[in-house]
Write a protein that binds this ligand. Structure first.
Ligand code: NAP
Length: 501
């Protein structure tokens, strides 16, 4: 769908100014600008479209554009074509402004109105807050005071990066502040995982294939595993991560979203709210996770030093901006139950961590064994496994049993691997391309609605509170391993194992 040339090129209603607060930051350089470039290449940027990047640093428009050009060479998934770059170059403006100065928003308003007059952007705005979360509220208040948040004659949309709050209380407070200024339908809470092609494919796989949907339940599925594992450490983001940890960084957001897509009921139609309502029900159906349950069903870890890809790396506590007695978890393994008719009795195992021996995001569906008769009377049974691969390879893997043609009665496990795209084979759109395109079209299906965020915090908060109380010897896994021993025991005591396909 992203390949449709000139899909919206001439559509006047989509003319807009994208105002990026944090235009000199890492996210803008690495993700947002390359996404815009590739959207232009694919014909997905309307004719009258302008980008205003806001930062504090003193630089001319030309200097800013040159810096973006350098980032484009580094981060764009497509080679930079001079003609396309020239178009993006012409769209970009740099506006120097300290967004804490609330009395200066009137000047910004005038500046943006001037662009409307010259570039025909119709007063439509996307306010993209690519800034540290503590500034979300300040900027929204500034926009409100200068009467920039709503308009009778044009649309105004607010884009909020994660993290959305640091617990349920702060998330509620932030949400309240946003709703005082913007309507829920105009707030786009980014969870960039939802922009990934294979995440969107979960619904397509499930609801457009009778072979999957008819067995997608506790009668046929033994367990579901969701693993989001990284080889990277915290790098330069130690200051952020130390206050976030794996629970807030991965579980509350990405993993809850993936879980709800895997486990949801079919929506009554493909409208945004129908899908979001079904996703919400999954999170609400998660069995009450009290302290007693958590004692046996969650494992926290923190990496020590070790070796990744033959290179020695330091432990978490030796990273920049991390205190030497840090208790922050860089790994979580967790078992959850979704107590509804479809899933009661089928456990969901979740695993995420940094500095692990393997990089990847995948969902493993392990089907139940057949009775141990016939072929399996005196032979171990390899289960049927379906793997939805999100990254780095994108595709579907299926494992099933067939006859070994070289013998009379042996059975072999056959592996069917439909990698759509691998990093060496091709080029799928980046999540941010899809997300910016959807914001432009006013489609919020791939963004989190407030009640989904609230329900996810409700679950995550309980686990975070439990972690704060429990005494764990940290670090408890070596960089390059697949996490603490207890994460394997979590599976082994249920007679199961983590699949690394
Ligand atoms: N980077 C990522 O890969 C990533 C991934 C997911 C989510 N996020 C989220 O995206 C947001 C931005 O992250 P980032 O990594 O891009 O941060 P960053 O590199 O630290 O950039 C922060 C930006 O905010 C601007 N800024 C800060 N204070 C300002 C002020 N008072 N007035 C005007 N501008 C000000 C900075 O401008 P100056 O430098 O010019 O002062 C800079 O452009 C965060 O919420 C983060 O959690 C980032």
């Amino acid at each position: 769908m992203m390949k449709n040339k000139n899909l919206i090129g001439g559509d006047k209603d989509l003319s807009a100014v994208l105002v990026i607060f944090g235009g000199t930051g890492d996210l803008t350089h690495r993700k947002l600008m390359p996404a815009l470039y590739n959207m232009l290449l694919d014909g997905l940027v309307p004719e009258n479209f302008q980008v205003v990047s806001i930062g504090r640093r003193d630089k001319t428009e030309e200097e800013y554009r040159n810096e973006i050009r350098i980032s484009m060479e580094k981060y764009s998934r497509n080679k930079v074509d001079e003609k396309i770059w020239a178009r993006l170059n012409d769209m970009i403006r740099y506006y120097r402004f300290d967004f804490r100065e609330l009395d200066k928003y009137n000047e910004l308003k005038e500046y943006l109105d001037g662009i409307d007059d010259n570039a025909g952007t119709l007063g439509n705005r996307i306010y993209y807050l690519a800034v540290a979360p503590e500034y979300f509220e300040t900027i929204v208040v500034g926009l409100h005071r200068a009467d920039m948040a709503k308009s009778k004659s044009s649309w105004r949309r607010l884009v909020i990066e994660k993290p959305f709050g640091k617990d349920l209380t702060t998330a509620r407070e932030l949400n309240q502040k946003l709703l005082e200024v913007f309507d829920e339908k105009d707030i786009y809470r980014i969870d960039h995982y939802l922009g990934k092609e294979m995440i969107q494919n979960i619904m397509v796989l499930r609801f457009s294939n009778s072979i999957f949907e008819s067995i997608w339940n506790n009668k046929f599925i033994d367990n579901v595993q969701i693993s989001l594992t990284e080889k990277l450490g915290v790098g330069t983001r130690g200051g952020y991560y130390e206050h976030s940890g794996a629970m807030r960084d991965m579980i509350q957001s990405h993993i809850m979203q993936i879980l709800s897509l895997v486990a949801m009921e079919p929506p009554v139609n493909l409208k945004t709210d129908s899908i979001r309502s079904e996703k919400l029900k999954v999170i609400e159906a998660i069995e009450d996770i009290n302290q007693e349950f958590l004692k046996n069903n969650v494992v926290f870890g923190q990496y020590g030093n070790g070796i990744i890809d033959d290179v020695p790396v330091v432990g978490y506590r030796e990273e920049d901006n991390i205190p030497e007695n840090s208790k922050t978890e860089t790994f979580v393994a967790l078992k959850l139950h979704i107590n509804n008719f479809r899933w009661a009795g089928t456990p969901f195992y979740i695993r995420t961590g940094k500095r692990l021996g393997r990089y990847g995001a995948e969902i493993v569906i392990q089907f139940k064994d057949l009775p141990n008769i016939l072929y399996f009377k005196d032979r171990n049974q390899e289960p049927n496994i379906l793997v939805i691969r999100i990254q780095p390879n994108v595709g579907v893997f299926f494992q099933f049993n067939t006859k070994d043609f070289s013998t009379h009665h042996d059975i072999v496990t056959t592996k069917m691997d439909t990698s759509y795209v691998s990093p060496t084979q091709g080029n799928t759109p980046e999540a941010y391309e899809r997300l910016i395109y959807d914001i432009l079209r006013g489609d919020s299906t791939l963004f989190s609605r407030w009640d989904e965020v609230e329900a996810a915090w409700n679950v995550a908060d309980k686990i975070i509170r439990y972690r704060e109380q429990c005494k764990i010897e940290l670090p408890n896994y070596a960089a390059g391993s697949m996490g603490p021993e207890r994460a394997f025991e979590l599976m082994a005591k249920d007679g199961r194992r983590w699949w690394n396909i």
